[in-house]
Design a protein around this ligand. Structure first.
Ligand SMILES: NC(=O)C1=CN([C@@H]2O[C@H](COP(=O)(O)OP(=O)(O)OC[C@H]3O[C@@H](n4cnc5c(N)ncnc54)[C@H](O)[C@@H]3O)[C@@H](O)[C@H]2O)C=CC1
Ligand SMILES: NCC(=O)COP(=O)(O)O
Length: 354
């Protein structure tokens, strides 16, 4: 009879994480290769790298590192060896080198197909999480994405009928948003009592899972100065304040509506655990200024953690070898912790370095 391990609690769960290179024309391949060149990441998880070989080779050249993957032919053949990523490669680019610094159909298709394969691995019960290096939404569209964004695409692939929402994390502060990747001119018509309620509830639930028993959630207004008593717009009075009242009656510690331009002053000093904004830039400009390098995006509402860096495809520095990977590292760490049932917060730089 085999001897049971003496210290089972110290054995890492090593969840299976699908890792994607992101947009071939950007810094994603370089970032993903740098991430997987860190031995501690291969010790923490069983990595399934899904990649086009030409894009991977380009990423290796820019990063100045060569990975030593275990190659498999398909998901039916999935296996892992400790300390090496498993590589499932597909010739999406048909042998063509990625064109750095631009969006095009080939890049979009390669990114999109890799995402499709990663969701297939999850659906087949062969991966407990997904981490992708930065995608580019314009390329994705050229490559066939018809959804609002990759989150809504994954929602459909995972047959999630409930509300999904992007979370952006920097340190211990979280944000969610009522609208996400839609034109600014359409935002006001998408702000509803139900939408505000959904965005607060989903982040409250995520924070509770992260160990915050009664999350304090600040809700922004839509208009300058949260409407200034109705003199600069009525959405606060007619929609957002009633939504907050309803949430408070249901037991949520929702506060506001706060002026969108100043809400992060209190949030930064720890007055709240999360900020729910009405649209992308209300939250992301502040979050990126507070911690662009460490920022993480988590795709809330999906059956498994799907995480990426807050930073994007950075076409302006593609191929230069200067891409930082702290955000992607944080995304990977968070995904591994969530997939193995551990704490959900992001770590400080000192903790990450330890
Ligand atoms: N994780 C993801 O998949 C994300 C994807 N995006 C996508 O990226 C595309 C471009 O977005 P932008 O707004 O131009 O923002 P961006 O984050 O790609 O670039 C903004 C600025 O930050 C710099 N930068 C970005 N990442 C860096 C890194 N890792 N190391 C050093 N410098 C870095 C860039 O050089 C640029 O000056 C869009 O299509 C957007 O949808 C944006 C954010 C996250
Ligand atoms: N799905 C990742 C993503 O869209 C991140 O970009 P952002 O819109 O949160 O800036």
């Amino acid at each position: 009879m085999p001897t049971p391990p003496k210290t089972p609690n110290l054995i890492p769960a090593r969840p299976r994480i699908a890792v994607l290179l992101g947009d071939p024309g950007g810094i994603g391949p370089e970032m993903a290769v740098k991430l997987l060149a860190r031995q501690r990441n291969l010790d923490a998880a069983r990595v399934l790298l899904i990649a086009d070989p030409v894009v991977l080779a380009a990423g290796e050249r820019v990063a100045g590192v060569k990975l030593d993957p275990l190659r498999i032919d398909g998901l039916d053949d999935l296996r892992f060896e400790h300390g090496r990523p498993t590589l499932l490669q597909r010739d999406w680019m048909q042998g063509r080198e990625p064109v750095l610094g631009e969006s095009n159909e080939a890049s979009g298709r390669a990114s999109f197909e890799a995402l499709e394969l990663a969701t297939a691995a999850v659906r087949r019960g062969q991966a407990e999480g997904i981490v992708f290096a930065p995608l580019n939404k314009h390329s994705l569209r050229l490559g066939g994405l018809v959804h609002e964004d990759e989150l809504r695409y994954m929602q459909e692939r995972f047959a999630v009928t409930g509300f999904v929402c992007e979370f952006n994390l920097t340190g211990s502060l979280w944000t969610s948003r009522v609208t996400s990747h839609i034109p600014l001119k359409d935002v006001a018509s998408h702000i509803t009592v139900e939408g505000v309620g959904d965005a607060v509830k989903i982040i409250a639930s995520a924070l509770r899972r992260a160990g915050v028993a009664q999350p304090r959630i600040a809700v922004t207004g839509l208009n300058p100065h949260a409407g200034d008593g109705g003199s600069i717009g009525m959405e606060e009075i007619e929609i957002i304040a009633p939504a907050i009242e309803r949430l408070r009656a249901e037991g949520y510690d929702a506060r506001g509506p706060f002026s969108p331009d100043t809400v992060f002053i209190g949030a930064r000093r720890g007055d709240v655990d999360a900020v729910v904004s009405m649209y992308h830039d209300q939250g992301q400009i502040a979050m990126k200024l507070m911690g662009f390098e460490q920022g993480v995006t988590l795709h809330g509402g999906l059956p498994v953690p799907v995480a990426t860096s807050a930073s994007g495809s950075a076409f302006d520095i593609a191929g230069k070898g200067v891409a930082q990977i702290e955000g992607l590292q944080q995304a990977f760490d968070l995904c591994v912790r969530m997939a193995s049932g551990g704490p959900v917060r992001t770590l400080s730089s000192a903790e990450t370095a330890a």
